[in-house]
Design a protein around this ligand. Structure first.
Ligand SMILES: [Zn+2]
Length: 122
């Protein structure tokens, strides 16, 4: 048993102007997730490590106006459906309004706290 549970946030890596998100994918049905699950929740097959591209579509967005774990409000947040399947929660750069559902977004890295960070691209 460890003192600190594993960090549940999506693993976003940024290097040489390239951003990728680590997760797993089912070789049988294509189900994707962003954690280290071993078995597919959809069909029970074994999952394999996968890397997802950073672009997707905003599924929901909001502006959070209360402090959470030292993160200073206002914070622009959005759930983004990545083009390759998984949905993740990310902070969004730009003006302080809720990102529009259906807008395109791209992960650009992480915040100083290590949270996924995205920008709206159109
Ligand atoms: Zn599956």
């Amino acid at each position: 048993m460890t003192d600190h549970p594993a960090d549940p946030r999506p693993r976003v890596t940024a290097s040489n102007h390239s951003v990728a998100i680590a997760g797993t994918r089912c070789g049988s049905c294509g189900y994707c997730c962003l954690d280290d699950s071993v078995l597919c929740m959809a069909c029970g097959s074994t999952l394999s490590p996968a890397c997802f591209s950073p672009e997707g579509t905003i599924w929901a967005g909001t502006v959070q106006r209360i402090e959470v774990n030292g993160r200073i409000p206002p914070m622009i947040l959005a759930y983004i459906d990545l083009d390759e399947g998984p949905r993740l929660l990310a902070h969004v750069t730009g003006k302080v309004t809720a990102p529009q559902v259906g807008a395109r977004a791209r992960l650009v890295g992480t915040t100083k706290e290590g949270d996924p960070l995205a920008e709206v691209i159109c």
